[in-house]
Design a protein around this ligand. Sequence first.
Ligand code: TRP
Length: 380
Amino acid sequence: MEKREGEGEGEEEQVVNPWTVSAKGGGKIDYDKLIDQFGCQRIDQSLVDRIHRLTSRSPHVFLRRGVFFAHRDLNEILDAYERGEKFYLYTGRGPSSEALHLGHLIPFMFTKYLQEAFKVPLVIQLTDDEKCMWKNLTVEESQRLARENAKDIIACGFDVTRTFIFSDFDYVGGAFYKNMVKVGKCVTYNKVVGIFGFTGEDHIGKVSFPPVQAVPSFPSSFPHLFGGQDNLRCLIPCAIDQDPYFRMTRDVAPRIGYQKPALIESSFFPAMQGETGKMSASDPNSAIYVTDSAKEIKNKINRYAFSGGQDSIEKHRELGANLEVDIPFKYLSFFLDDDAKLEEIRKEYGAGRMLTGEVKQLLIQVLTGLVERHVGLGLL
Ligand code: TRP
């Protein structure tokens, strides 16, 4: 049984941690509440404008549309950048499935944009050890999935001269391990129970994992990349369910003489069947994979993408689509770059002049293009 942080007797509270994402009463995640609970900051328009100015390019759709909506210390990173001090990016993936789906791609697409816009180094951690312990996979199977996923990640097109991708089973040791031990000494058992909700039934592998995800936040874990740059700052793009790891990391950092990593955090990409949590890797119809063919994408969207349109054309023309719950529209707001076109759909579809079929058609085009480009890059 997974113990859930903040779960009350009888009433279902919203739960967001690295292993469970579920909204109150099966509804939508309340992100404002999450910001309060976690103690992070909202990304406001002035921060987006500041990034625009500093990078001299239009901010990524995920920033313009609030997909990345929360942060910790992003202003400090930008202050330093403005003074001419670089930083590095750190992100990662727990390889639990054969191929990546669109939800998995979001942090990587965004990280690629950040790397390009700021011209900074990037480290990518594949936590094969984490998935081996949580998903009950063998060591060999987790390593195999890490290699498979690495291909999909590389296909995002990172700057090869500035990117280091590693798996824990291969890389943990040396300076990285020394930092793990330093972190471990600062975190009591009570503290990890409070942050992650471990119970007496959980094996000690789980309890000892958080330092592994913590230490890529410190440049001294990568002497071959950042030797002698111990004060280099780190910015972590991730989905907000990873926040507990980095709350712990930020708490420990000053005590071992390191800088706290900054964070830029995203909301979850909704499943095809509707927005109640994050897209699950265990139900193939709830997600579009980067390995799906054009035909599969078309079928999945036509069949499974939850529509906010009305039951009959007459009613639809009269009432319009409910965009709050409409998945095709939601997906377009993630992946259709053209702001004017998206606004037009919001107006026309919302007013019932546009039908679900037309919106789905456009989404199929956009996603097929995206997946084809992804596969194309992977073959290079
Ligand atoms: N725990 C993450 C997952 O299960 C993987 C991960 C490791 C990660 N380091 C990270 C994600 C840093 C974001 C940022 O997917």
